[in-house]
Design a protein around this ligand. Structure first.
Ligand code: BGC
Ligand code: NOJ
Length: 817
């Protein structure tokens, strides 16, 4: 069952019913000011950091679902009994005659008709401004004139979202606003150390306003039936403490058929510290710096050109790589939605979504490094800055904080540290940057450790420390020690937590000298292979040779201690017992080491990789994707940690943890199985799953972190959409390994591994300043095997295209036997 449809031409997903199984979200914003918005206008806004600079409130985990948003109310002032409704359905949930939500790239438009009034609101955040625009268009479809009241509302958050949700004894006394010339200013704490405030403005004159929540709603009433809306008049309340809001009332008469547009602005502004007040010495906000911005964006012409600029920005991003294959789900994801999701992951890591509260986590070290792998071609300069930010939080030991707050960019241990895989992802991110851009000079950038001035070393040294970090932490079998956990945050082999509520992310009861990770061994080899090339170029053959030796050593150990006979083992626990072995009663086989070890090149020649992938197919693959491990843990294991806290089939305990599926797609492609790789790709492809939206339940246009596994009662149900490494890895799997358009250090490798029934496909791609038009022909219907490549009509040796400059090139590729 579907709840909408893809409008590919417009790059939109159109939702045709407001009561989707879950709120279906979109992201607004590209630079510093951001918001999330649901299909019923729920969501919130923030400046840079969803925790530390939250502009508006959102009630996570609330009933009804999805409470708090950018709510507009319409009221029929001609009706004899009060009649009002929400054109976005929430919060009044009045039945609408027509409803449509169009989630597009950087904007959302919600359109509905009720009682002969058509309302359409487009929400977006212009480039270069710290504000959001709500562009409301109203059309009177009645045969006669109508008198309408329009109420637009926001509930302000007192900036620090964590404090806002917990520290009521203080917060009920600090709220402050100003209302001047029809603009509502939220200025809580501006009197003291904050130099920022929020504003809420309208292109029409407010007939009335409220800034005190209870004055607007009425005692014991909710956002679904505000007394101010019911009465049709607001009380011009000024909030003193309690809950400051912005509610503005506009009256409008529309003739039959008449159409009107109104602009609302919600924004964030900072003043220079010594110019905070006007007049100086007063407590009144200096508005001279913000008024020109407000005035500018209240002009319809400025709004439409801001919207056009935003579209041009997104089109520029999409253009970086477009593919045309025989499969619509591939094209739609690669060309539109995967890009949208990559941008969200780049901007927010795992911090702010419908499932991530914005206060739990900041920018993950492991996460944000991985997010760059398929992102670099979109915004290379941004990728470069992100790499330098991440590296600056690295510790002198080579280890990493698990996250940093986006506002401060300082690493912190709030969600734990000592995840021994973390530093290796930095190597992969830097390699991906160089492979895409050819810009080796990034290695020379001076970067501090732990952001401490004076500790700067070249980025290259950081990478060396990353590699050394693993080599300094080798366990009894010669495999890397796991630390708190590796990629699987919940495989906590040193935690031994027995107290309820103890965090698996921050508690460790063992010294960590025994438990080892086969996954980290695989990841190490993968990263060190890049280091061989980087070091070879940067410090010469001798250093490259050192890394080659380290690789051989770890590889040898994997075959000795990490191979279980028909698949790779997962780990060794604190008792030195294997995890992910046929000798275990539960958790016999895990997906992660199969993927990472094969991606690192292990077992490809001697058939072991094939064996491992056959084991995956036999034991882990389901129609809804490939499960993390089997059997799931049916009880809590002190020696395994959080993984066994989830009921079997959910999250890290054997769900289809989608992030890992592309590793198997890549591995299948490396072994030449194009049909298998693409089949796995389609199993978790959201567009392909659209037709089972009642089962999948999350948005059909973006990947979710997990789909419940076979052992779960809700098998096939997705959770934790949007912010997940699934996004980037699927993009990498389909574009670089299945379609096979793969940046390498020396150029662009063209090595497709596709379903043999495909006649071919084409790709337009920017690469190192050039524009490539690539056509792949598959006349003999093979999966893999490039027999000829022509660049601008001239045959080249091999399948590595070496170009740079600014030209356009026609590239033709023939597959065959
Ligand atoms: C989740 C993991 C996540 C970790 C991060 C755990 O509860 O299951 O997916 O990586 O928290 O803090
Ligand atoms: C989500 C986390 O953000 C990511 O870092 C981790 O690898 C996976 N969960 C698996 O635990």
């Amino acid at each position: 069952m579907r709840y909408g449809y893809f409008a590919d031409e417009q790059c939109e997903y159109v939702i045709t019913t407001p009561n989707t199984p879950l709120p279906w979200i979109n992201y607004l914003g590209c630079e510093d000011y951001f918001g999330i918005i649901s299909n019923t206008a729920g969501g919130y806004s923030f400046y840079k950091d969803a925790r530390l600079r939250r502009l508006t409130r959102y009630r996570y985990n609330n009933a009804p679902l999805d409470s708090g948003g950018r709510y507009i109310y319409l009221r029929d002032d001609d009706a004899s009994t009060p009649q009002f409704w929400s054109p976005s359905w929430q919060p009044t949930r009045t039945p609408l005659e027509e409803y449509q939500c169009r989630h597009g790239l950087g904007y959302t438009t919600i359109q509905s008709t009720h009682a002969g009034v058509k309302a359409s609101t487009r929400y977006f955040i212009p480039l270069g401004a710290n504000l959001e625009i709500w562009q409301l268009s109203l059309t009177n479809q009645r045969p006669e004139a109508v008198n309408l009241s329009i109420f637009a509302t926001v509930e302000f958050c007192l900036w620090d979202a964590m404090d806002d949700a917990t520290n009521f004894q203080r917060n009920y006394s600090v709220g402050e606003v100003e209302v001047v010339d029809g603009v509502i200013y939220h200025k809580t704490e501006y009197r003291e150390r904050r130099d920022h405030f929020a504003f809420f403005a309208c292109s029409e004159k407010f007939t009335g306003f409220d800034t005190d929540r209870e004055a607007f709603l009425g005692p014991y009433r909710g956002w679904d039936s505000p007394s101010g809306v019911e009465k049709g008049a607001l009380s011009n309340s000024i909030a003193h403490g309690w809950q400051p809001i912005g509610a503005g009332h506009v009256r409008l008469s529309l003739q039959a058929g008449e159409h009107r547009s109104i602009i609302f602005l919600l924004g964030y502004h900072e003043n220079p510290v010594n110019e905070k007040f006007d007049p100086p010495g007063s407590q009144t906000i200096n508005k001279r710096t913000v008024l020109p911005i407000i005035q500018r964006f209240l002009q319809p012409a400025a709004v439409s050109s801001a919207y056009d600029d935003l579209q041009a920005h997104w089109n520029g991003l999409l253009k970086k790589q477009q593919v045309h294959t025989p499969d619509i789900h591939t094209d739609r994801m690669v060309n539109i939605w995967n890009i949208s999701q990559l941008m969200a992951a780049f901007n927010f890591s795992r911090s702010a979504s419908y499932f991530e509260s914005g206060i739990g986590r900041g920018m993950g070290f492991r996460d944000s490094n991985q997010d760059l792998l398929g992102f670099v071609h979109l915004m290379p300069q941004h990728a470069r800055s992100r790499i330098l930010d991440l590296a600056a939080t690295q510790l002198p030991s080579g280890g990493a904080y698990h996250q940093y707050q986006p506002l401060t960019k300082r690493g912190n241990n709030e969600v734990g540290s000592g995840f021994n895989d973390d530093p290796l992802w930095l190597v992969l991110a830097v390699a991906a940057y160089i492979q895409e851009t050819g810009k080796w000079d990034i290695l020379d950038e001076p970067v501090p450790y732990d952001n401490a001035p004076g500790t700067e070393e070249s980025l290259y040294n950081h990478l060396q420390r990353s590699i050394q970090y693993t080599l300094d932490r080798i366990g009894p079998h010669g495999l890397p020690l796991i630390g708190r956990a590796d990629w699987n945050d919940c495989l906590n082999l040193n935690c031994f937590s027995s107290s309820p509520g103890q965090s698996f992310q921050t508690t460790t009861n063992k010294d960590g000298k025994v438990a080892e990770s086969v996954f980290i061994a695989g990841l190490f080899i993968l990263a060190a292979r890049s280091m061989v090339q980087i070091a070879g170029r940067r410090s010469g053959e001798q250093q490259a040779q050192i890394y080659r030796q380290a690789i051989s050593q770890i590889e040898k150990t994997v075959w000795e201690a990490g191979w279980d006979g028909t698949w790779f083992r997962r780990a060794y626990d604190d008792f030195g017992e294997p995890v992910g072995s046929h000798t275990c009663t539960e958790g016999q086989i895990f997906i992660e080491p199969q993927g990472i070890c094969i991606m690192a090149g292990l077992g490809i020649e001697d058939g072991k990789a094939r064996q491992a992938l056959d084991s995956v197919a036999e034991r882990l693959a389901t129609p809804h994707g490939i499960m993390l491990h089997q059997p799931g843990y049916s009880r809590y294991y002190l020696n395994l940690g959080e993984i066994s806290t989830y009921p079997p089939g959910y999250k890290e305990n054997g769900s289809v943890f989608c992030h890992t599926n592309p590793w198997i797609m890549i591995s299948e492609a490396m072994l030449g199985n194009g049909a298998g790789a693409h089949d796995y790709y389609l199993r978790i492809n959201p567009s392909r799953r659209e037709e089972i939206s009642e089962v999948h339940r999350c948005e059909p246009y973006v990947y979710a972190q997990m789909i419940a596994g076979r052992e779960a009662p809700m098998f096939g149900e997705a959770k934790n959409s949007w912010l997940t490494g699934t996004s980037v890895w699927n993009y990498v799997a389909i574009t670089q390994w299945i379609l096979g358009i793969r940046p390498e250090f020396e150029g662009l490798r063209l090595d497709p591994c596709i379903p043999p029934e495909w006649d071919g496909f084409s790709v337009e791609r920017s690469f190192r300043g050039c524009r490539l038009h690539i056509k792949v022909h598959n006349p003999q219907h093979v999966s893999r095997g490039v027999v000829e490549v022509k660049v601008d009509g001239a045959k080249i040796e091999g399948n590595l295209v070496k170009v740079d400059g600014s030209e356009e090139h026609q590239v033709e590729v023939w597959l065959g036997k």
